[in-house]
Every structure is written in C-alpha cells, then in structure tokens.
Design a protein. Structure first.
Length: 102
C-alpha cells in the first residue's frame, strides 16, 4: 500500500502484462495508476491523486475526503446499553468515552 495526501493506493502485479497497477481505495470515485517499476508506480500514483484534486478544483467541487470521521455501527442493544453505562460512570458521552479508550 502507498499513501499520498491522505489517499491510499493498493497495488497488484499483473504477471501476464509485466506491470504494476493500482487503485486509490479510500474513495468512491475510481482513480487508478500503473507503472513498470516501483519508482514509476509511485510517481503515477501521486500524479493520479494530483490529477483527481485538479479535476475537482476545475469543476468547482470539493474532492472527496478519504474519511469523514463518522463511523456508523450497529450493535446488539445489550452491548450498546453496557457501553453507555460505562461512559456515564466516567461522566463522559459515549463518543468521548470511545475516543478515550483508544
């Protein structure tokens, strides 16, 4: 995996074509890149991310952020209750309690 400006690229090697190809995996938009060496691949990855950011700017759109910071999860109601009680015992919101238990 590679990272550039918060965007993560996952890479595979195509043995038949003798080339590396990758995709930015933390976007809904499709951003791909390829190269025949590690250096070429890294350069193509960074150029693809920069092209994506420029394309968004030209269209007057905000680029998709790699992660919003929001994470929705469904829990068993009993687990939800237990976690909420633990947070209240520490006089914290559930969100603050989860952040503190990293």
């Amino acid at each position: 995996m590679m990272e550039y400006k918060g965007y993560v690229g996952q890479v595979e090697f195509d043995d038949d074509a003798d080339i590396f190809h990758g995709e930015v995996i933390n976007l809904r938009d499709v951003v791909t890149f390829q190269g025949s060496s590690v250096q070429e691949l890294r350069k193509a990855f960074e150029e693809s991310v920069d092209d994506y950011l420029e394309f968004c700017a030209e269209r007057g759109e905000s680029p998709e952020k790699p992660y919003s910071g929001k994470f929705m999860v469904r829990l068993d109601p009993q687990l939800h209750k237990m976690l909420a009680i633990r947070a209240k015992k520490e006089r914290k919101s559930l969100n603050a309690w989860i952040h503190a238990t990293k």
